[in-house]
Design a protein around this ligand. Structure first.
Ligand code: NAP
Length: 334
């Protein structure tokens, strides 16, 4: 597509951070190219009711919200590639290359917004029974477990959200958590505990997903303190133990922390490479909300805009030119 052409800005990742960065950059007439991924929409594509995004007093479904984000970015001239980025060749202030399959796209600035993905337990049966009763997305797969006894593993908000959703379909649902205390917010924990068909089993950690005739039949558990083992018969299991940042394409090029999150020069979104910015869940292991990701995307767009404004490009006509300040006007107008 853009072999030879040098874009102002390529944004990698189609979640709240990426779309918001694209919206701001597009309003600044940077004509951003957004490589949004084959499964665009990020984690919200797997979420039902979003009740905590300001501006939606009645709540909104996650995929619907992402469609709105995308449309708003498109309205101001964002161009999209709905495919996965396969390689990133980043430089320190020179032209960066973003590879999507057989196509290489070039840009003066790149915003990394690849987000995070579900963590795995790393126990026997987990991968073998994936799609055969083991799932990492209750909201996506819950309806397939109508009338079954299932378990949700984890003690955070994701586990509570999955449990509340899946309990609408399951006969009985057991939340299995390795500690007695929950990391989840009180409101989510209370909501889960108040469901008649939800039971809580703590402190237990899963040792193995046991299969029978190619489908999950039980989870072998260990009492965290005594080490005593227990077998919980289930027809489904949802692993909801958090997320890992999707930094694998850049982890040898920019700095990352011990968990793989990209390090930025806070409060900016600058990485150690000039012209490369990182935003959203790829950076944030603390807040990880759609609204904080969107805010971070805004910061990324502003940082990229200021970088492009202040750094002479190889061909000014093709790049920054007369658009200086447009993004600032956009911020002031919003
Ligand atoms: P999280 O808060 O990191 O919780 C992960 C849970 O999984 C913890 O309880 C953890 O146990 C457990 N866990 C981790 N590794 C494990 C392992 N190997 N074996 C057994 N258990 C393990 O992750 P999250 O629930 O995905 O939430 C992430 C962020 O998103 C939070 O800020 C949350 O508030 C937000 N969120 C909000 C909503 C909502 O408001 N609707 C929904 C989903 C997520 P320990 O507690 O023992 O570490």
């Amino acid at each position: 597509m853009s072999e030879g052409r040098v874009e102002n800005l390529i944004i990698v990742g189609g979640g709240p951070a990426g779309y918001t960065a694209a919206l701001y950059a597009a309003r600044a007439e940077l004509q951003p190219l957004l490589i949004e991924g084959f499964q665009w929409g990020g984690q919200l594509q797997n979420t039902t009711d979003v009740e905590n995004y300001p501006g939606y007093p009645e709540g909104i479904m996650g995929p619907e919200m992402m469609t709105d984000f995308r449309k708003q970015a498109e309205r101001f001239g964002t161009r999209f590639i709905t495919d996965d980025t396969t390689e990133l060749r980043l430089t320190d202030g020179d032209i960066h290359e973003v590879v999507v399959g057989k196509e290489t796209h070039r840009a003066r600035a790149v915003i990394l917004a690849m987000g995070a993905e579900p963590k795995r337990l790393g126990i026997p049966g987990e991968m073998e029974l994936q799609g055969a009763g083991v799932s990492t997305c209750g909201v996506c797969d819950g309806a397939f477990f109508k009338g079954k006894d299932v378990a949700v593993i984890g003690g955070g908000d994701s586990a509570m959200e999955d449990s509340i959703f899946v309990s609408k379909f399951a006969d009985k649902l057991t939340i299995v958590h390795r500690r007695d205390d929950f990391r989840a917010s009180k409101i989510m924990e209370d909501r889960a505990r108040s469901k008649d068909n939800i039971e809580v089993l703590t402190p237990y950690k899963p040792l193995e997903f046991v299969g029978e005739n190619g489908k999950i039949s039980a989870i072998r558990l260990e009492q965290s303190e005594s080490g005593e083992e227990k077998v919980l018969p289930v027809g489904g299991a949802f692993v909801a133990i958090g997320h890992t940042p999707r930094s694998e394409l850049v982890s040898d090029q920019v700095d990352t922390d011990e968990d793989g999150y990209v390090r930025v020069e806070e409060p900016s979104t600058k990485t150690k490479l000039a012209g490369v910015f990182a935003v959203g869940d790829l950076v944030d292991h603390t807040y990880r909300q759609a609204v904080t990701a969107a805010g971070s995307g805004t910061k990324g767009a502003l940082d990229a805009e200021w970088y492009l404004r202040d750094t002479p490009g190889p061909d000014p006509e093709a790049h920054w030119g007369k658009q200086t300040g447009a993004i600032i006007e956009a911020v002031e107008a919003s």
